[in-house]
Structure formats: C-alpha cells, structure tokens
Design a protein around this ligand. Structure first.
Ligand code: ADP
Ligand code: MG
Length: 477
C-alpha cells in the first residue's frame, strides 16, 4: 500500500512527520473538527482538534459496500425486534435475572407494554460496527462487532474529516489515492432528517425536540451539529439533563410530555445507556418519557433490541428467518456479517460455551450488557470472570463471542498530549442507519453514511471518549 511505504520512510524523518501532523491538526481546526477537552468538558473556552489518524486506513471496497448494503435490513431488523414482545421476553429472560441494569430497562418496557404504547411513531438512529476479520489467505471478511441502538454517535464535528486526509495524501504526492476517500458530509443531515420526520409526524409545530444530554458535556459540539440541522428546518430544539427532566417534566392530557412549559414532540436520548447515568429519580424520569406521547429515539424496546444478548440470540439457527419470512437473501446478507456468538444462559449449551472459553480464552471475547467501551473481557480476564460465575445464574449477564483478528496497518494517532509515533493499528467501520416508522409503515429507511475509528492494537477494547480510538477515513482499495 502506498501510504504504508510512505510511513516506512517517515520513520526515519521525524521532522517531516512532525510537519505533516501539524498540518493535519491545523486543517482539522480550520474545518471545525474539534472537541471540548476532558479538563473543561462543560466549557467552550478551550477546545482542541478532534482525535484523528494522520493517514486514512485502507478498507477493501467489497467489504465497505457490503456494510452499506446490509444496513437498511439492519434498520428493519432492529425495528421488527422492538415490536416483538415474545421474542424480547424470551431472549432476555436469563439476562434480566442476572443483570440489574437490563432488568430495570425491562421493567420499564413491561410497564409500557401493559399500559399500551401511547405513541406509534418511532425514530431509530443506530450504528452497526464491524471489524475486518483477517482470513488465513490474506483476504478479509466483514464481521459485526455490535449494533448501537441508543446514543449512536461518532459523527458531527468529524463529518468533514475527508478534507484533512485528502490533503495529507496530496501533500505527500499520493494524488490518485486522495480520490479514494468517500465523502461523509451527509451523515449529520441524514441522521437529523429522521428526527425531523418524527417531529413532523407528531404534528405540533410549537412542540420541541428534547436532547437528553450528559452531565459532562464533552460531546456538546457534536450534538450542536445536529441541533443546527434541526433549527435550519425551523424545528425548535432544547437540551436538558436527566436530573432536569426528573424535576421539571410532567405528563398532561393524552400523556403529552411537557417540560418548562414546552410540549415535547421527540425525545432524543444521548444519555441513559449506562447504569451510572441513573439515580432512583432519573429512573422515574425515563419511565415518564417512555409512557408519554412523545416520539422516542429510541423507545425502550428499541434500546433493548440493541443489547448484546439479543445480538447473540439472533445468531441462533432459524431466528433471522422468523423476522424475514420468505426473504432468504436478506437473511443471508445479514448472517454473513455474524461471527460466532454463544449463550452463557444456564443449561448444556451455556456449559459448553464456558468450557470452550476456559480452554482457549484468546479465541473469545466475554461481553456484559454494557455500552460505551471498556466493559469487555479478553484473555486471562475471561478465565478469571468465568471461574467466578460459571456455576451461577449470574453468568447469564454475559455473552461469549468469537474474537475477531482484524487486519493491522501502520498509522499515526493524533491526540492532544499523545507522543507522535508510528503505531500498529486496526480499524472499526461503523455504518449509520436512520429510520422512522409510523404505525405499521416504515416511512423512512436510510443509510446516511459511515464512520471509521482506529485504535492501537495494544488495546483490546475501544472508545473515542475512553481515549483509545480516534476518528479515521477508509481509503477504499
Ligand atoms: P461497547 O458497547 O462497549 O462499545 P463493543 O461490543 O462495541 O462494546 O466492544 C468494544 C470494543 O471491543 C470494540 O470496539 C472492539 O474494539 C472490541 N471488540 C468487541 N468485540 C470484539 C470481537 N468479537 N473481537 C475483537 N474485538 C472486539
Ligand atoms: Mg461499541
């Protein structure tokens, strides 16, 4: 690969490397590829360039197109799961006995089901993540890591990153390669369009879209990108923290959701996907929003559809067929992206998975029902955790997954404070999906774009906020 050869040269020329890195950072700042800092996450007085790679990372065209092509089916699948109480109940029975967080979410789900859902419009914004599994013959195959159905981020201020990488390639004489970076500037408009559609269908021009945001608002500027799109359409947006919703929101006639005198048409959850996002009061606030007439993005059932347990159950024989009867091609397209997924529920199948993982832990990843990076177990940690829980019901809080061995490349990770060095990295491709369902009808089912995140292979787990991954672009080859 041309960039790889160039990186080899750069290793012996630190001045050149430094100057390329400085150029990339300046261009990032120039194009608004910025972030608030960990030191002052709630202030815009000091910002820095968003963590990025110096070079784009090669991604084979076939795998890239495959990931884009399957996404509308993933949108449909997530939505179908969210409407299937029997499936969710059965899939999550063992998990909710073992995992308090999933149990709490499920409790809200049950309550809303019993009461009857007030709102038949759903907005889904998700992101399906993949790694390129390296086969023995040197080719790669696209394998799904997970699908994020709540607070699926990674776009916004980075939408213009192709500009930076195209420039880097041009400035080192790789002109032709610079044309092989696809655009990403349609992601934020595309994702926002689904929220706009939900708002429009709600049909109350004065009602607002409520962004439920974190207490620590390091991602403020990425949210702003979406807010701006919505305001451009004359859609009023407010943002509130969970605790504010808990103190100031209420239900009016017909379960209309109000906060600070404003009617809420859509709640967009950018928060509420981790246990420590909640207190007793904010659990009540989540229930209030779920029971309300407001359109939810996502609603509680779509949130549950994104659990790792559901992902594992989908990989069982015959399950996808149930969601796509008479559509074997779609089933095949989705299944082709699955890697081995194994139950740890009590019973002989779970026992077998435990034995398998204990025998060769390096072949697997042990995953609890958590989001946000940094929660999975690898290698000897799998043995430690499984030895502790293997004979008890609490093992059902986890699932087991084949460990993907992604292709590695050389690159330079640019992050404030990180020394400049050439690093072995692997990338993770995320495809953004957007849909809106109104009753029985899918009124929007789109694929607004892709993101790429890259990390040093020293790290098993990932996450941009966790300080591990950085934003990248695929160089389609
Ligand atoms: P989270 O919901 O916390 O983001 P993920 O399932 O996305 O959990 O896993 C976090 C990270 O762990 C991924 O971004 C990837 O780097 C790594 N990882 C997850 N599953 C696998 C796997 N099967 N093989 C290799 N690495 C994995
Ligand atoms: Mg993830």
């Amino acid at each position: 690969m041309a960039t790889e050869a160039f990186l080899q040269q750069l290793m012996t020329n630190p001045d050149r490397l430094n100057s390329l890195a400085e150029d990339a950072k300046e261009l990032a700042l120039f194009h608004g590829i910025i972030t608030r800092t960990h030191e002052t996450p709630n202030s815009s007085e000091v910002v820095t360039y968003f963590p990025v790679t110096l070079f784009p990372t090669p991604v084979p065209k076939a795998a890239f197109l495959q990931a884009l092509a399957v996404q509308t089916h993933y949108n449909t699948l997530v939505d179908k799961i969210s409407q299937d109480p029997d499936f969710l109940e059965e899939a999550l029975t063992g998990t909710i006995q073992a995992d308090d967080f999933t149990a709490r979410l499920f409790g809200i789900y049950r309550q809303v089901q019993q009461e009857g859902r007030a709102q038949s419009i759903v907005v889904g914004l998700n992101r399906s993540d993949y790694m390129l599994d390296q086969r023995d013959d040197g080719t790669v195959s696209l394998k799904q890591i997970e699908i994020n159905t709540i607070s699926a981020a990674g776009f916004g201020t980075t939408d213009h990153l192709p500009v930076v990488h195209r420039h880097t390639l041009k400035s080192v004489g790789l002109l032709k390669e610079s044309e092989s970076i696809p655009d990403t500037n349609s992601i934020t408009p595309g994702m926002s369009a689904a929220l706009a559609k939900g708002w429009e269908l709600y049909g109350q021009p004065k009602a607002v879209i409520l962004f439920l945001v974190e207490d620590v608002q390091i991602s403020r500027l990425t949210h702003l990108c979406m807010e701006k799109e919505l305001w451009n359409r004359n859609i009023p947006v407010i943002r509130r923290r969970f605790e504010e919703v808990s103190r100031r929101a209420s239900l009016g006639d017909d379960k209309k959701l109000f906060i600070d005198g404003l009617e809420v048409a859509v709640v967009y959850f950018r928060y509420g996907y981790m246990p420590d996002n909640y207190t007793e009061e904010t659990w009540d606030a989540r229930l209030l929003m779920e029971r309300s007439l407001a359109v939810k993005c996502p609603d509680i059932s779509t949130h549950l559809a994104g659990t790792k347990k559901v992902q594992q159950v989908l990989a069982k024989p015959g399950v996808l067929e149930k969601f796509f009867p008479g559509q074997p091609q779609i089933v095949e397209q989705i299944r082709a992206t699955f890697t081995g997924l194994y139950t740890l529920d009590m019973g002989p199948e779970g026992d077998q998975a435990v034995a398998m993982a204990l025998a060769i832990p390096d072949k697997f990843v042990l995953k609890p029902q958590r989001e946000g990076g940094g929660n999975n177990y690898f290698g000897e940690d799998i043995v430690r955790v499984l030895q502790e829980v293997k004979s008890e019901k609490r093992r059902a809080a986890y699932i087991l997954m084949d460990r993907i061995r992604p292709r590695t490349d050389l690159n330079v990770l640019l992050r404030r404070g990180l020394p400049l060095k050439i690093t072995s990295v692997c990338c993770e491709l995320g495809i953004c999906g957007a849909y809106v369902r109104h009753g029985e009808e899918m009124v929007l089912n789109e694929v607004p774009g892709h993101i790429l995140r890259t990390k040093s292979i020293e790290h098993n787990d990932a996450g941009i906020l966790a300080g591990v991954s950085v934003s990248d672009n695929p160089l389609i080859s």
